[in-house]
Design a protein around this ligand. Structure first.
Ligand code: SF4
Length: 88
C-alpha cells in the first residue's frame, strides 16, 4: 500500500527531498506549486520505504492501510492529483 499525505501538510517540502523515487509533488519548479494546498504522493511511484514519514515535521503522512478514519479521503485525493496530470 502506498503512503498518503493528508491535509495536515504544511508543504515544507522536506518529504520531497527524502523520497528516493521522486513520488511526491508538486515540485517548487512546477507551475502548480504556488497554488497547491498541500503535497501529494503518487501511488504508482511510491515504494513504501517510509522515508517521508520520518521527514515530515507535522506527522501528515500515513500508510494508506493504516490511515486514521478522518483522513481516509486523502487516499483518493493523492491518487487523483497525479492521474489528472497524466491525462492532461
Ligand atoms: S514512502 Fe518512500 S517512496 Fe513512498 S512517498 Fe514516502 S519516501 Fe517516497
Amino acid at each position: 500500500m502506498p503512503f498518503v499525505i493528508t491535509s495536515l501538510c504544511i508543504a515544507d517540502y522536506s518529504c520531497v527531498e527524502a523520497c528516493p523515487v521522486n513520488a511526491i509533488g508538486p515540485h517548487p519548479d512546477d507551475r502548480e506549486f504556488r497554488a497547491a494546498e498541500q503535497l501529494y504522493i503518487d501511488p504508482a511511484k511510491c515504494i513504501d520505504c517510509e522515508a517521508c514519514v520520518e521527514a515530515c515535521p507535522v506527522g501528515a503522512i500515513f500508510a494508506a492501510d493504516r490511515i486514521p478514519p478522518r483522513w481516509k479521503g486523502a487516499i483518493a485525493l493523492n491518487a487523483a492529483y497525479f492521474s489528472e496530470r497524466r491525462n492532461d
